[in-house]
Design a protein around this ligand. Sequence first.
Ligand SMILES: C[S@@+](CC[C@H](N)C(=O)[O-])C[C@H]1O[C@@H](n2cnc3c(N)ncnc32)[C@H](O)[C@@H]1O
Length: 339
Amino acid sequence: MTKCIEVNRNEAEHIRRELISLNLLDNNYAPKAEDDGIYFPVKGQFRNFKLVEKKLKERAPGVFSLEDSLRSKLTPEEFGLIVKSFDVIGDIAIVEIPKKLEKKEKLIAASLLSVHRNVKSVFKKLGPMEGVYRTRKLKFLAGERKTVTEYKENNCRFRLDVTKVYFTPRLSFERKRIAEQVKPGERILALFAGVGPFPIVIVKMQPQVKIHAVELNPDAFKYMEENIRLNRMQEAIIPILGDVKDIIPKRFVNSADRILMPLPKGAEKFLGEAFLAARKNCIIHFYQFASEQNPFEDTERFITKEAMISGRKAEVIAKRVVRPFAPGVVQVVLDFRVK
Ligand SMILES: C[S@@+](CC[C@H](N)C(=O)[O-])C[C@H]1O[C@@H](n2cnc3c(N)ncnc32)[C@H](O)[C@@H]1O
């Protein structure tokens, strides 16, 4: 018997990719389709999925995980240094290579290409996400020398350039969680919209809404326009190029039933604009980085303070740790209602 999770068929592909990138897919066994679901063999807990025991077929020898493939090519010391999780965005993999393994980076990238057939290009992170646009410098390591890819999630398609815009597959569950709450007729402000993943997933699940999506990075804005067309959502989503600080006071005072603020580093500086745009009973989804020890305290303080300044009341209705971000640091979301 093997440890598995059961996944809905229409979510199977993006969950398979997420499991691979988190190094949680157990490649010794083949996934199994049954009725409506697919059972994926896993090495450990994945999100809050229930672990079940299932009899799965062992894979034929020769199908290896990245770790298996590297074990014989690296010394035990080098092997201990590899960062096992990596991001796969469409057919581009983005890996982290510790300094001490730099001489082996091409070999690691080539192994990744040979193990994961859906990956066509491998890049290495050269640093953290930085700047106002939250982009990251990357170095090409192996495969096709291209930076534009198409990523699929929640039955939506996203084209993007991994060197010019922010994008992470690790928020797919969060996008779905929010989309499931949206009611017909809502007027939504998607601030810090990037290439459009939050608004597009929302409209896929709830087409009867109007979303204004504001983004400052001209490259991300261009891809958001393209993605809105690609998913045929021109009626529902209106992309706006500009700064939230300028756009909200000019065009969106007292206008929104729901506001998304996925800018974990610095969103507190825009809470004043969010309160300004909020109609009575508006729900705001507010993201922050926080200490793992005390994940919600500072974030709640920001909300209470800004509510007071704006002469409004805020009632927190949900709080959640979205994902680990760095050692001791997590990304959190607080959903609150504005009175
Ligand atoms: C962390 S990314 C999130 C992007 C997108 N929501 C996603 O989940 O992929 C934050 C985005 O906010 C944009 N941004 C930063 N400051 C902004 C501002 N003042 N007004 C509008 N957009 C801004 C950045 O360019 C970046 O694309």
